[in-house]
Ligand binder design. Structure first.
Ligand SMILES: [Zn+2]
Length: 338
């Protein structure tokens, strides 16, 4: 990406092993993230550009001498950050804070490419027992980010069968959060979103109510649906100031707001009124690597089908069009098939 709206497909040197902890992975599937749309809308123009893509799944081509448990031919999921799997943060399940980890793209290979050099391969990659042509690949790809992010929202909010839930946002993360809340047993799931094709999928994922109104009207609707109180948990999956403001107003006293939308705001209006209501704010970036093994059996056995968030597939030549379609909200989430 060379600047806002400027995505180009270019040839770069093939990845090679540089460290004994590396692997080289050939990409089978990648995708465009809602968070890629923030730089797509605002990245200042530059001459050198920036490698894109942090969600991918592929086949191991080669591993370094220090990598065990992985070998050429394995199908692997790459979480959206790489991590060593051994430091104190990784041990704590917070691989996004790994002391020797980092992000794809920028100076490293991005996932939106034909192949990637994966640092800290043993800690990062998760081998999955499927073939290169498995119909499950799109759903498995969601474990690299979007489904794990929705799950993180639900887990940090403390969603259980006894908690009611509001999900703010009908993008791929919001819909994944609905699916995750349903999977954790939530019985009432209110989805706030106004794009009907998306909220229809949200209903299939488990939303019991859809609120299309925004602002005061939307808040009023959620309160009506919950006996005037709001829900025990709110999963904020947008990242705007309006979304976090709405979250604090549709949460029940004593409740929890979890934010996983890529925050575009610098302060949260947690004033004296919210203090008096004992609201907890949690959430953050999802340590996807910590969740993959937990969520994998449900995907492999077909109990959840999070890959339904993909509604368009493009080849490399059409990646710029894929960005445009997502930015124009013509596509929910775009799959890239090299
Ligand atoms: Zn670590």
């Amino acid at each position: 990406m060379y600047g806002a709206g400027d995505v180009r497909v270019e040839n770069v040197p093939d990845p090679v092993l540089r460290e004994p902890t590396d692997a080289v992975v050939r990409v089978l599937l990648s995708c465009i993230c809602g968070s890629d749309l923030w730089p797509y809308g605002s990245l200042p123009p530059s001459d050198h550009g920036r490698r894109m893509g942090h969600e991918f799944l592929g086949v191991v081509e080669e591993v370094g001498s220090d990598v065990s448990g992985l070998s050429a031919g394995d199908v692997v999921i790459a979480p959206f950050v790489w991590s060593d799997g051994t430091c104190d943060f990784c041990q704590q399940g917070l691989q996004t804070s790994c002391r020797h980890g980092g992000q794809w793209g920028h100076d490293l290979d991005g996932g939106q490419g034909e192949a990637v050099r994966v640092p800290q391969a043993q800690g990062t990659l998760v081998k999955v027992p499927v073939g290169e042509d498995s119909a499950l690949l799109p759903s498995l790809l969601t474990l690299s980010d979007v489904f794990c992010t929705g799950h993180h929202a639900a887990v940090t909010a403390g969603v259980t069968p006894r908690t009611s839930v509001t999900v703010i946002g009908d993008g791929a993360v919001g819909l994944s959060a609905v699916l995750a809340a349903k999977r954790l047993g939530a019985e009432q799931i209110v989805l706030m979103g106004r794009h009907q094709a998306r909220t229809d999928l949200g209903r299939e994922f488990g939303a019991t109510d859809v609120v299309a109104e925004r602002g005061d009207e939307g808040i009023e609707r959620v309160r009506e649906l919950t006996g005037g109180d709001g829900t025990h948990t709110v999963l904020e999956c947008v990242g705007t100031e309006q979304a976090i403001g709405t979250s604090l107003r549709v949460v029940r006293d004593g409740g929890v707001v979890s934010r996983v939308g890529a925050s575009q705001y610098g302060s949260v209006p947690m004033d004296f009124g919210t203090l008096m209501r004992n609201i907890t704010l949690t959430g953050g970036v999802a340590p996807a690597r910590a969740y993959i093994e937990d969520l994998l059996p449900d995907v492999l056995e077909g109990r959840v089908d999070p890959g339904r968030v993909f509604d368009r597939t493009v080849g490399f030549d059409d990646v710029p069009g894929g960005y445009r379609a997502m930015a124009d909200r013509e596509a929910l989430k775009v799959l890239i098939q090299p």
